[in-house]
Design a protein around this ligand. Structure first.
Ligand code: SAM
Length: 257
């Protein structure tokens, strides 16, 4: 009896790990977040219970209730998959769930996923590190819990490498202001990638000075730094989520045999 904390990747089922795919074929219960793509959910074995606990603006199941649900399922079912967008340990509260499960004596395992922090830039043809241009990449959240200490944007500006912001749509003006105040040039390139790897993916380029006035929709990943101007080989955009479905089914069949 195990609860598997599984990363579902950024959306396109092609970016699932082999282990994630195998577990979707074995799960008795799948408890998933809002950002898990429909195309990924179609890979769950048909007899599994599928439960959506996704947080959406203005509603959602409180984290404590999700933890309790996982503990309960972990005691009753052989194979529970807690399916999270991207990687479970990158701003996914996977750590909180692992702590709750372990404290309750329920076995849990983490299956890393392809985080949007890396997949979204790749989908836009952006290498987040690039020799002589960006020797580091910092992944930050633009959204802080009420009362949490604010991020030190000036310190990030001083590092002078790539900054990848998740959950930054609502706070984009404050982020841009903090970075410019911290010394980042107003002309610093920025790329915004919405719904990366999914149908409707949209990539736009701007500068940090113009970020506040750019209209954008979540889920979006914001890339800040010289590499954001690059448009190299990119991950092919969705549409293939459906067309590759049979191939994924075959991969699953061979994983089980
Ligand atoms: C709660 S965080 C979870 C991140 C996830 N654990 C990961 O590793 O990708 C959600 C944020 O991830 C980013 N995100 C997730 N999926 C995305 C996608 N398909 N395209 C662009 N950004 C995405 C957005 O910034 C979104 O607000």
């Amino acid at each position: 009896m195990t609860v598997h904390l599984v990363g579902a990747g950024p959306g396109d089922p092609d970016l699932l790990t082999v282990r994630a795919l195998r577990l979707l074929g074995l799960a008795d219960v799948v408890v998933h977040d809002a950002l898990v793509d429909e195309a990924v959910l179609r890979l769950v074995q048909p007899r599994a219970h599928i439960i959506d606990v996704g947080k959406r603006p203005g509603c959602g199941v409180p984290q404590i209730e999700i933890n309790d649900l996982l503990v309960d399922f972990g005691r009753r079912y052989n194979c529970v998959v807690r399916l999270k967008g991207g990687d479970p340990y990158i701003f996914g509260r996977g750590g909180e769930e692992a702590i709750a499960l372990t404290a309750a004596g329920v076995r849990c395992e983490v299956v890393p996923g392809v985080s949007s922090a890396l997949a979204a830039p790749a989908a836009a043809g952006i290498p987040v590190t690039h020799r002589d241009v960006a020797v580091a990449v910092t992944v930050v959240t633009g959204h802080r819990r009420d009362g949490a200490s604010p991020l030190d944007w000036s310190a990030l500006a001083r590092v002078g490498s790539t900054i990848v912001v998740l959950m930054g749509v609502a706070q984009r003006a404050a982020i841009a202001e903090g970075l410019i105040r911290g010394g980042l040039a107003a002309s610093t390139p920025v790329a915004v990638i919405e719904t990366a790897t999914r149908r409707g993916q949209r990539v736009r380029r701007t500068t940090i000075a113009e970020l506040a006035s750019m209209d954008m929709k979540a889920p979006a990943t914001i890339v800040i730094g010289a590499v954001a101007a690059y448009d190299l080989a990119s991950f092919p955009v969705a549409g293939h989520a459906e067309t590759l479905q049979p191939e994924i089914g075959q991969a699953e069949a061979s994983a089980r045999s």
